[in-house]
Ligand binder design. Structure first.
Ligand code: CA
Length: 229
């Protein structure tokens, strides 16, 4: 869940912001003065900061500057004065957004969501992970189409890769050469079934320590092949 820190000395405003953000599914903490806000901001992990400019103790300028020295977390600065907003922009403190009070809470929520989404895209945390199959020392990244044996990468032709991945994706399932041929070569069976045998041999040379005693692709005599787990 995304955690947000609000640094705001006016409690009614802080409470209103907190309520709306919590209703939108965020975890929210509030600091009512500059010192405690700065301590929390630097000492804990948050996904976004909402900083009021005028605060007792350390002001929003200073907090923004100190956060930026250490973190790239999105910062939305708020102020009661339009003039101050212009001033902050001019200072180039590294805030991501500025809002003038009073603003509607739903506008704040919309901006928070937009900044979190943008930050996720930048840091890649929204990128879906590659699909990886790992069986003992064999690792197949099916998205990147790469294969490693005990951490060492091996090169495969397209069909070798497809055949290995298909078998590894269906462990313990025995396939006949005809079935494998149809599955990988995508033709209605008039091809040369021996192609499968040749490819199995090539794959074994790359993944097996001892090809006469295969640990991954097992020959089921008179039937076909099975990927062992
Ligand atoms: Ca204030």
């Amino acid at each position: 869940m995304n955690r947000i820190l609000i640094v705001e000395d006016e409690e009614t405003i802080a409470d209103l912001e907190k309520d709306y953000l919590e209703l939108s599914g965020f975890e929210v903490e509030v600091a009512n003065d500059g010192e405690s806000g700065l301590l929390k901001a630097l000492g804990e992990d948050y996904n976004l900061f909402i900083l009021d400019l005028m605060l007792p103790g350390v002001d929003g300028f200073e907090i923004c500057r100190k956060i930026r020295d250490e973190k790239n977390t999105p910062i939305i600065m708020v102020s009661a004065k339009k003039d101050d907003i212009d001033k902050i922009r001019g200072l180039g403190l590294g805030a991501d957004d500025y809002m003038t009070k009073p603003f509607s809470p739903s506008e704040l929520v919309a901006r928070v969501k937009a900044h979190l989404a943008r930050y996720d895209r930048l840091t890649g945390s929204a990128v879906s992970k590659n699909k990886v199959i790992e069986i003992r020392g064999l690792k197949i990244d099916t998205t990147a189409r790469r294969v490693w044996i005990n951490g060492e990468e091996r090169t495969f032709t397209t069909k070798e890769f497809d055949l290995l991945t298909f078998l590894a994706s269906h462990p313990n399932h025995v396939y006949t050469k005809e079935e494998l041929f149809r599955e990988i070569w995508d033709m209605e069976s008039i091809g040369d079934i021996a192609t499968v045998t040749v490819h199995i041999k090539k794959i074994r040379e790359k993944v097996e320590l001892d090809t006469s005693n295969p640990q991954y692709i097992e020959t089921i005599w008179g039937v076909g092949y099975r990927f062992k787990v």
